[in-house]
Design a protein around this ligand. Structure first.
Ligand code: NAP
Length: 256
C-alpha cells in the first residue's frame, strides 16, 4: 500500500492555468488522481487538460473566477458532472498588487488581492464542505496555498502578505471548525519560486542579495513542491489538520 497514491480521489485545483496550480495538476494526476482545473484563462486550462489526458491521466477543466460565488457553484457542478464528487480542494489561486506599500495601493488593489487570495478560500471551502456533506462522502481535504509572507515579509508586499497571514490563520480556524463535517484543512507555505506572482522581486536588481537570505542559497523550483503537495493531498497526511507545511529552503529561519 502506497499512502501517497491518489487513485480514487478527485482533486479540484483553483488557479491552475499557470504556475503552481498548473504544475500540481500534472503531479497529482500522475499519482492517480482525477483532477479538475479552474481559472479564468480557459485556453491555458484546456491546453493543460489536454496534455494530462494525452499522458493517460483523467483531467477536466472549466472557467472559474474564485471571487464570484456563481462561478464557484458552476465550476463545482461541472467538475462533479465530469469526474464525480470532489474529495480534495486546493485553494491555490492568488495575485499580488505589484511591489507596493500600504501608502501606494488603492482600494481596488486591496479589494482584488484580498478577495482573490483570502475571501475566495473561505467561499471555496464553504461550498466544497457543503458538497462533501450533500454527497455523503464522509471525508474531505482542503489545502490552502499560503506563503512564508504569512509570517515574515519585506516592504512592498502589501496587501499580499496581509492576505497570506489571514489565509494561514483561516487554515487554523477551519481546522477547528471543519472536522465536524469530516473535512480536514492544512496549508502549504512555499518560499520564493519564479512565477508571475514573484517575478517583480525575483527578476529585480535586489534579487541576488535577497537570495543570500535563503540558507539553501537558491530560490525554489516547482518540483520542490511535489513531495509536500502529494503528502497533503493524500492519506499519507490523514492525521494532519491545521498544519502549515513550509517549503522555503530555510528562508524563514533567517532574517529576511
Ligand atoms: N511564486 C511564489 O514564489 C509563491 C510563493 C508562495 C506562495 N505562492 C502562491 O502560490 C499560488 C499560485 O501562484 P503562482 O506563484 O503559481 O502564480 P501564477 O502563475 O500567477 O498563478 C496564479 C493563478 O491564480 C489564478 N487566478 C488569479 N485570479 C483568479 C481568479 N479571480 N479566479 C481564478 N483563478 C485566479 C491565475 O489564473 P487566471 O489568471 O487564468 O485566472 C493563475 O492560474 C498563489 O496563491 C501565490 O500567492 C507563490
Amino acid at each position: 500500500m502506497d499512502p501517497f497514491n491518489l487513485e480514487g480521489k478527485h482533486v479540484a485545483i483553483t488557479g491552475a492555468s499557470s504556475g503552481f496550480g498548473h504544475h500540481f495538476a500534472g503531479v497529482l494526476a500522475a499519482a492517480g488522481a482525477r483532477v479538475s482545473l479552474g481559472a479564468r484563462r480557459t485556453d491555458k486550462i484546456q491546453a493543460r487538460v489536454d496534455d494530462i489526458n494525452a499522458d493517460g491521466g483523467r483531467a477536466f477543466g472549466a472557467s472559474l473566477d474564485v471571487t464570484r460565488s456563481a462561478s464557484i457553484d458552476a465550476f463545482f457542478e461541472a467538475a462533479e458532472a465530469a469526474l464525480g464528487p470532489v474529495n480534495v480542494l486546493i485553494n491555490n489561486a492568488g495575485i499580488e498588487a505589484g511591489a507596493k506599500t500600504f501608502m501606494m495601493i488603492d482600494e481596488d488593489d486591496w479589494d482584488s488581492v484580498i478577495d482573490t487570495n483570502l475571501k475566495s478560500a473561505w467561499l471555496m471551502s464553504k461550498k466544497f464542505t457543503e458538497r462533501v456533506v450533500a454527497n455523503e462522502l464522509g471525508s474531505g481535504n482542503i489545502i490552502n496555498v499560503s506563503s512564508i509572507t504569512d509570517t515574515r515579509t519585506i516592504k512592498g508586499q502589501f496587501p499580499y502578505a496581509v492576505s497570506k497571514g489571514g489565509l494561514t490563520r483561516m487554515t487554523e480556524v477551519l481546522a477547528l471548525e471543519a472536522p465536524r463535517y469530516g473535512v480536514r484543512v492544512n496549508a502549504l507555505a512555499p518560499g520564493y519560486i519564479l512565477t508571475d506572482v514573484s517575478r517583480i522581486l525575483l527578476e529585480s536588481d535586489q534579487s541576488p542579495e535577497f537570495m543570500k537570505g535563503i540558507p539553501l542559497r537558491r530560490y525554489g523550483e516547482f518540483d520542490d513542491l511535489d513531495g509536500p503537495i502529494l503528502l497533503l493531498a493524500s492519506d499519507a497526511s490523514k492525521y494532519m489538520n491545521g498544519s502549515v507545511v513550509v517549503v522555503d529552503g530555510g528562508h524563514i529561519c533567517a532574517s529576511l
